[in-house]
Design a protein around this ligand. Structure first.
Ligand SMILES: Cc1ncc(COP(=O)(O)O)c(C=O)c1O
Length: 396
């Protein structure tokens, strides 16, 4: 593949700004002033793959839209199970639960394995959803600071945090916001600790398909039976396939026992929770018929990450490395002399570009001194946003 050539499905004319301004919420086009470019919540600006549009249109036009099975459509659970098997995870469709998004999958998984008085370990920084879902389940959160710059898990750091009340470790791989793809040896260390201390692992792999560099995605549950059986994988279809509005994700539990606990905690058996059938049809199509589209999306992102990281790194006081996974830049901005929230406010007010400040409430104290910039947009929009930031940098 030639990563320097723009790809047609992801060219600028595919981005429909009129519709995005009506429909893209969660800090994005529909929630900012009309002249602001929102590189905020991680949600692609591109329309979904054509096979997904065809599949859900056909399903809806049949006119039968009743309840689906409690754990999800058989074809959904089979498609997810096959996808995980390809990644080396021992899997069975009966261990898959369809959920209304990865966030909801995290919530149900935490409820399944955590209770009041328990402790859960996660990282700092990390997306707020991981600690939030632990707390909602009643547990207290212990954070393991990641290495500055690389985002690696420091050797020996995790074990010191494990105590008598620790029940689970929550991973995010690839990592939001650092963009790091966890290495085999890091995952092996986490796995060994989980086995030694009888902990569950909740692995958020919603970014698992967005691998942009040479470091391969390794599912921690692929590292052997002992770790697989204690791992819950949560994932979804918002990041790779742009299906955030369909609210669709899944939980894969490493054993039948864990799958039963997750099912019970989810509320699905009493219909208080559950994924829409139309959304499951979209997800099955994504996994089975959209792999070429996904390859083109990755090709597009690889080009943008290279040029975007270089331009951000060249700004006064910014240090930006290319993310190995995700479509998130996470530059360190301390040397600008501005706090992240002040910098984000300046960028929005003066450059008319919205970014996510590295505030404790979004990612933990470890994100302070950074901003997060999503680049799942067209060359033209990212170029315009970066040019505006460059002009702001020159004149301040
Ligand atoms: C690490 C992580 N987990 C979960 C989610 C939520 O995904 P979903 O839209 O499928 O609920 C996100 C979205 O940004 C995320 O970055």
């Amino acid at each position: 593949m030639n990563f320097d050539e723009p790809t047609t499905s992801f060219s600028s004319d595919t981005v429909n700004l009129t519709l995005l301004r009506q429909r893209a919420f969660n800090l994005r086009w529909a929630e900012v002033d009309s002249d602001v470019i929102p590189l905020t919540a991680a949600d692609p600006d591109f329309p979904v793959a054509p096979p997904i549009i065809e599949a859900i249109t056909a399903h809806v036009s049949d006119g039968v839209l009743g309840y689906g099975p409690t754990r999800g459509l058989v074809e959904f659970r089979e498609a997810v199970s096959s996808f995980l098997e390809v990644g080396g995870v021992p899997s069975h469709p009966d261990q898959v639960l369809a959920t209304d998004g990865a966030a909801s999958a995290l919530w149900a998984s935490c409820r399944a394995v955590l209770a009041a008085g328990d402790e859960a370990i996660t990282f700092d920084p990390v997306d707020f959803l991981l600690p939030h879902c632990c707390e909602v389940a009643g547990a207290s959160v212990v954070r393991c600071p990641l290495e500055p710059i690389t985002g690696a898990i420091p050797e020996g750091a995790l074990e010191q945090l494990i105590g008598p009340r620790t029940r689970a470790i929550l991973l995010c791989n690839p990592h939001n916001p650092t963009g790091r793809v966890l290495r085999r040896d890091e995952l092996q260390r986490v796995a060994a600790l989980a086995v030694k201390h009888d902990l569950r692992i909740i692995s958020d792999e919603v970014w698992g398909d967005i691998i942009l560099g040479d470091v391969p995605m390794i599912h921690i549950a692929s590292l052997g039976e002992e770790v697989a059986s204690r791992t819950i994988i949560v994932s979804g279809f918002s990041k790779t396939y742009g299906l955030a509005g369909l609210r669709i994700g899944f939980i894969h539990s490493g054993s039948r026992l864990l799958a039963d606990q997750v099912l019970e905690a989810s509320g699905a058996p009493r219909t208080t929770f559950g994924a829409s059938v139309v959304s499951q049809v979209a997800a099955v199509t994504a996994l089975r018929d959209c792999q070429q589209w996904r390859g083109e999306f990755l090709q597009h992102l690889r080009r943008l990450r290279k040029s975007g990281a270089a331009r951000l790194d060249a700004l006064d006081g910014f240090h930006c490395i290319e993310p190995e996974g995700t479509y998130l830049f996470f530059p360190e901005i301390r040397e600008t002399g501005l706090e992240a929230s002040a910098l984000a406010a300046e960028l929005e007010a003066k450059a008319r570009v919205a970014v996510v400040p590295g505030e404790e409430r979004w990612f933990g104290a470890g994100a302070v001194g950074h901003i997060r910039i999503s680049f799942a947009t067209s060359d033209e929009i990212l170029d315009e946003a970066l040019s505006r930031i460059e002009r702001w940098n020159e004149t301040r």
